[in-house]
Design a protein around this ligand. Structure first.
Ligand SMILES: [Zn+2]
Length: 115
């Protein structure tokens, strides 16, 4: 096996950087929402409502991603990271590179998604 500890440390750093970026983006977004609330007529109002909807759904995705990142970081710190939740086999490093939040190996993940 390659140096797994180094590999996991790299992923941890990547996750921490990304998490920090997102924390900043999210706090900026909610700040903007508070400041640009001026609505002029009903067309603008409709537009502003749909923008808000879009922003909310974007924020939902980001919040979900943040949650997954935090979970991955917890698993890294507790030494459980990179091991499949279901079958306890090590998860392929290629998979972790593409899906740093992966908590299951490909085989078990497919099983979960088919349910
Ligand atoms: Zn598995």
């Amino acid at each position: 096996m390659k140096d797994r500890a180094k590999f996991v440390a790299d992923i941890r750093q990547t996750l921490l950087n990304r998490k920090q970026e997102m924390d900043e983006a999210l706090s900026k977004q909610s700040h903007e929402k508070l400041t640009d609330g001026v609505v002029q007529d009903s067309a603008d109002e409709a537009l502003s409502l749909s923008m808000e909807k879009l922003q909310n759904s974007l924020q939902q995705t980001e919040i979900e991603e943040l949650r997954l990142m935090e979970e991955a970081l917890v698993r890294i710190d507790s030494g459980e990271y990179g091991v499949c939740l279901d079958c306890s086999e090590p998860i392929a490093e290629k998979r972790l590179e593409h899906f740093p939040f992966a908590a299951r190996c490909i085989v078990c993940q497919e099983g979960v998604e088919q349910k």
